[in-house]
Design a protein around this ligand. Sequence first.
Ligand code: XMP
Length: 327
Amino acid sequence: MDSNVRPDSMQRITTEALASAFIDEQVAAIKEQVGDKKVLLALSGGVDSSVVAALLIKAIGKQLVCVHVNHGLLRKGEPEQVIEVFRNQMDANLIYVDAVDRFLDRLAGVAEPEKKRKIIGDEFIRVFEEEARKLEGIRFLAQGTIYPDILESKDGVKAHHNVGGMPEEFDFELVEPVKLLFKDEVRVVGKTLGLPDNMVYRQPFPGPGLGVRCLGAITRERLECVRESDAILREEFAKNGLQGKVWQYFTAIPDIKSVGVKDGKRYEGYPVIIRAINTKDAMTATVENVPFELLQHITDRITHEVEGVNRVLYDLTPKPIGTIEWE
Ligand code: XMP
């Protein structure tokens, strides 16, 4: 049987009882697979990798080594939060790697989305191999792959960084305990594992991070525009009761400039696109009906607070026909 195919008999995990059964099964499977060896986990701090971390901590405790790679494509405040939650609160084995320059240098001038994903995925693996070599005795690599990643890679919609694309010399065995689950099921499992709500219900964030939201060839300037505008959007959604209600919301920045006017002078700047969608499993999505006054307020803040941005647009496109991300 293809282990990447969800069996028809597999019940949708909608309750804590079903999640407990899944957890028991996975804990036993992880123990069996890993034995007394060490496992390296790419801990981005998103729902998927956090749930995988909690599952592995339950199964093998300190044999799990979490590595948080700051690739420069994370949201504002995110690396700090990962350290706080996992190192300080959960007492996990956590290594922080500052890899900002090497990622951005490799991505310089690369405009094609799939190429960007491949580079980010490939660089990730290199960083992990380096960490593994330093650590001794690492045999396994855990990943927060979920079922939509597998389905969409098969259909050729996009090459998710965490499925395939590994270099030949890659010699870790994979541990992917949630690879047959949909996002909503991963959240139930996380809640059942006792993870804090702000982690379990955190909106998903793609592995390639802001890299696929800084459209075309990434520049540090536009990357900062997308990071700062995203932070403002998140702050305003939280203040206005939309955090936890809207499934995913973010900004993207295209590689075009338009004419504007600021302080009576011509002001060329980038547009920022707001995307706010609802979905159950990320396979289809509808657009959130954000109050117009709030959109105006966010526009006002972004255009005044983010240097280099002179327009804000709201994306009204459902999935299909648009994907959730722009790249
Ligand atoms: P799309 O854009 O395919 O997104 O409608 C569906 C969901 O997947 C996330 N996404 C990714 N996650 N690696 C990931 O781990 C990726 O390359 C990737 N691309 C999209 C996206 O944010 C949404 O939640």
